[in-house]
Design a protein around this ligand. Structure first.
Ligand SMILES: CC(C)(COP(=O)(O)OP(=O)(O)OC[C@H]1O[C@@H](n2cnc3c(N)ncnc32)[C@H](O)[C@@H]1OP(=O)(O)O)[C@@H](O)C(=O)NCCC(=O)NCCS
Length: 188
């Protein structure tokens, strides 16, 4: 399933990027990537990605069946410029669902990197038997991202009103977006 990686992408500005699943040797580059993300933006992540011990734990417990982390690296120097992950439960009534989280380096946004990574992950998820992809967005903060995934046929499935608190103490809705998948065509 992962033989096809690394995949080469060329962004709208001509930057060559390699896309592949994360490997154990990526830890320090991934730490550096999160350090380049503005602190306010990090506040809205599920985990404190500015804390090296949090990142270290991910590398200790790497299991692609539970979390499939993908990275995009600048081909010229191997700098990580985006991270996308698919989170799954290995067993039980929610094992057909995949949750995604995506983050692109601010310097490389708007160049379709996020779109290509999401399309690639959708294909991978279909191959893994995932039936539905779920992504959460903070209203008023991640609206651009929401508009982006709507173009990939994600729809608004639920809203948890005033669920999220920003660093200034204001509450925001949490929007749950869903994309239904079909079986991978290559299986037919
Ligand atoms: C959301 C994110 C991953 C998108 O990645 P990206 O590589 O910049 O996205 P793309 O260039 O592929 O753009 C896809 C679409 O997103 C929307 N979009 C992305 N950036 C935007 C911006 N700054 N303003 C308005 N719309 C934007 C557009 O609809 C765009 O489609 P278009 O190019 O046809 O106009 C990136 O902006 C990011 O990391 N944001 C912060 C983290 C976040 O919000 N994560 C989502 C919650 S998990």
């Amino acid at each position: 399933m992962f033989d096809q990686y690394p995949k080469l992408l060329v962004l709208k500005d001509g930057t060559s990027v390699l896309l592949r699943p994360m490997k154990p040797e990526d830890e320090s580059e991934l730490r550096a990537f999160f350090e380049r993300i503005p602190e306010r933006e990090r506040w809205f992540r599920r985990e404190n990605v500015g804390d090296p011990t949090v990142i270290h734990k991910w590398f200790e417990n790497m299991d692609y069946r539970r979390v499939l982390p993908m990275v995009a690296l600048r081909e010229e120097d191997g700098r990580i410029i985006a991270n996308l992950s698919l989170h799954r439960r290995p067993w039980g009534c929610l094992s057909h669902i995949g949750h995604i989280r995506i983050l692109v380096d601010p310097q490389y946004r708007g160049l379709r990197l996020g779109t290509w990574m999401l399309l690639d992950l959708v294909k991978l998820a279909m191959g893994m038997g995932v039936e539905k992809i779920v992504a959460e967005f903070v209203s008023g903060i991640e609206d651009a991202a929401m508009r982006g995934v709507e173009k990939l046929d994600f729809f608004k499935a639920a809203v948890l009103e005033k669920h999220v608190k920003d660093p200034e103490g204001n509450y925001h809705d949490l929007v749950i977006m869903v994309k239904n998948l079909h079986r991978d065509w290559s299986d037919f």
